[in-house]
Design a protein around this ligand. Sequence first.
Ligand SMILES: [Fe+2]
Ligand SMILES: [Fe+2]
Length: 375
Amino acid sequence: MVETARQFLGRDDVDSVEAILADDSIDFGDLVHPTPARGEAIFTWDYERSRPGLAKLYEKAKTSQWNGSNDLDWSTPVDPERVALEMAPAAAMFQQRMAELPGSPVARWGPKEWTQFQVEALNWRMSQFLHGEQGALICTAKIVATTPWIDAKYYAATQVMDEARHVEVFSRYLDTKLEGHYPVNPALQLLIDDIIGDSRWDMTYMGMQIMVEGLALAAFGFMHHVTEEPLLKKLLRYVMADEARHVAFGVLSLEEYYAGLGAAELRERQEFAFEAALRMRDRLMMHRVWETMGVDRRTVTEFLLGMRRMRNNPFQAALFSKIVPNCKKLGLLDAGDGWLRDRFTDIGVIQFEDAADTGEEYETFDEVAKDRAAG
Ligand SMILES: [Fe+2]
Ligand SMILES: [Fe+2]
């Protein structure tokens, strides 16, 4: 582990408090964040529609477009505290454990503080969804340029439109229904910057469609399951229907490409997947939320890492429920000597290897067609 942690994150120890805090204090700017994009724009003169899986996905995308302005009822009144508390029962066990541990920074918290924490956590989650959607918008525009296949360029163009719509609806929900935004989480932005900065075209798919969107699909699914707020529930249902296609796009494209790669190249993809998983795990600490609640970053980092060493948080592990089976389907778990299987075992997420992968799942997610059929 020591060798790989240094190689990926520049840390001797994956759980180094100093390194996590250093990454977490990176400033991504108040208004704009420029980052280098690398890779070649590829023109292809092969207009042959030779990839039926991608062609089918493209047809589906064209008939599944929805309009965030008209298809969602923005006049719905929303009580942010009520929405936030809907998310609380799932977290309650974790919170109780946290409060009971010796030296807990939240030992004195009562219902008032926990409610405020949930409201801030909701603002934080929705803000990260918003920033992640912008990352997807930019990554997919890059894929249109860098992928060598015409069927993939067609499909990716529909995803660009989908992502613009997602940025639009999350931004509108935050602005008009909630009270408070958070800036992008540095672990998320570092990962997105790495994805955009990599010149190999398939790494954009690996980082965005498999890792970031895989995690988002699990997180949206959780929130959709627990919320009774009708506007948010429908917004998430529609976004998830799009995201299921996006993850399927990544799986279909990489299955074909990876089948032609050698052992050394596959190992690089395994390492990239693991690095992305580590970044996303750090992201889940919500430092800024704790800070808003008066608990400083160092205290909460040390505390959460201590809890992680005792037992992995099952709620956080569940966020990897799409990523691990998709990596398996791509042959990455067991390529070479099973290096990625060992790493996913180390971080406590390997139990999801046989969960439903997302290659075909999008067909059951066609929310727009269902609603149109229902009139
Ligand atoms: Fe999206
Ligand atoms: Fe997406």
